[in-house]
Design a protein around this ligand. Structure first.
Ligand SMILES: [Fe+2]
Length: 358
């Protein structure tokens, strides 16, 4: 069976296009008491950028902490709070920030129209009702959340996306000027999330011509950016934003693989941020992705990136086993990499050996 895919809705693209957000939201503000829910990355708190957000008096703006990966309980808390403050539903939930904030926006908007806790919907196609309108505006690029049909959440028992045709955003604003101030090495780690998506999607059984074509162009842009000596120029910001968009789209037509499966396990116990966690894991995966890891190490060298070591050094044996448990639940990722017989290749011993090297 082929999946009848839903992509992101409308796309406003160009340098300083953010200044048109007021017009875009204006089209949705039909009723007198309609309001917008803005979720804004804590990075912008107190910065001049806040004055550029087209905030009306009835709107709600929430600053979102991103130290931890997005949590189902935070999604549930935001929805409950907004419902207690306003009678109707927001005309749009706008996420301004990195992958975490965009994922919060994509998840929150679904939980206004679906009963219960967001943790009940982690997995594929559990969402029953269309969410409210959602706008995503990346201010750091790489995760691909701006275009993906997944919103990755950590719940009480698992880290897994709410995935399905109701998840992609309705409106995307791609303004390369917004990512200019992202500090290194965070910018590098998040960009490498995109690099890893592309390497994983092309190395596996679910590879398609569509996914591979989008991923190849995304990879070409990333290599242009990070194999040169001036990766942080305005021109490279724009290339990075587009690489992230294409890489995220590519995943819709393929799947992630070993790095994401292991890094989800690692994050569940250590709370390590997705971009950094992926870099720490990918650095040890020559066995699965020899060419990709070689080039990754070259990009780290050129950009003076030194990864943390001993990430699992203080973990108890039980915690290591818990990481393995989480990783092994991501069957679709392992099947993409190794095929239906994946369990013969991906043993607990192999995962334990890799985790202990990180
Ligand atoms: Fe990722």
């Amino acid at each position: 069976m082929f999946r009848n895919l839903k992509a992101v809705g409308r796309i406003l693209y160009g340098r300083n296009s953010f200044d048109q957000l007021g017009d875009v939201l204006g089209e949705l503000r039909i009723e007198k008491d309609s309001y917008v829910l803005f979720l804004v990355d804590e990075y912008f708190q107190g910065k001049d950028f806040m004055k550029r957000i087209p905030l009306h008096t009835q709107d709600i703006l929430k600053i979102i902490e991103v130290k931890d990966e997005p949590k189902t309980k935070t999604v549930d808390a935001i929805v409950a709070e907004v419902k207690s403050l306003r009678n109707g539903l927001p005309v749009s939930v706008v996420g301004i920030g990195g992958g975490s904030v965009m994922d919060y926006a994509k998840a929150t908007r679904l939980m206004f129209t679906n009963e219960g806790s967001s943790s009940q919907y982690q997995g594929l196609d559990f969402i029953k009702n269309k969410g409210v309108h959602c706008t995503v505006i990346p201010t750091i690029s790489g995760a691909g959340a701006e275009v993906s049909m997944t919103t990755v959440l950590t719940g009480p028992v698992k880290k897994l996306g709410i995935k399905g045709n109701f998840t992609p955003a309705d409106q995307l604003v791609l303004d390369p000027a917004l990512i200019a101030s992202v500090p290194d090495p965070q910018r590098f780690y998040t960009a490498m999330d995109c690099y890893i998506h592309n390497i994983e999607s092309r190395n596996g059984h679910r590879k398609t011509v569509m996914g591979d074509s989008l991923g190849t162009e995304s990879l070409r842009l990333l290599e242009e950016i990070f194999l040169c000596n001036d990766s942080h120029s305005p021109e490279n910001d724009e290339k990075l934003m587009i690489a992230s968009y294409l890489g995220g789209l590519s995943l819709t037509y393929a799947e992630v693989g070993a790095c994401h499966a292991i890094s989800y396990g690692l994050a569940t116990v250590t709370g390590i941020h997705h971009g950094l966690g992926n870099c720490v894991v990918f650095n040890q995966l020559e066995e699965f992705y020899p060419e990709g890891v070689k080039k990754f190490k070259e990009m780290m060298r050129i950009n003076n990136i030194v990864l943390p070591t001993g990430v699992t050094a203080n973990c108890t044996p039980e915690e290591i086993e818990q990481m393995i448990d989480v990783s092994l639940t991501l069957v679709f990722m392992w099947q993409h990499l190794c095929g239906p017989e994946w369990e013969k290749i991906i043993t607990r011993e192999k995962l334990r050996g890799l985790l202990l090297k990180m």
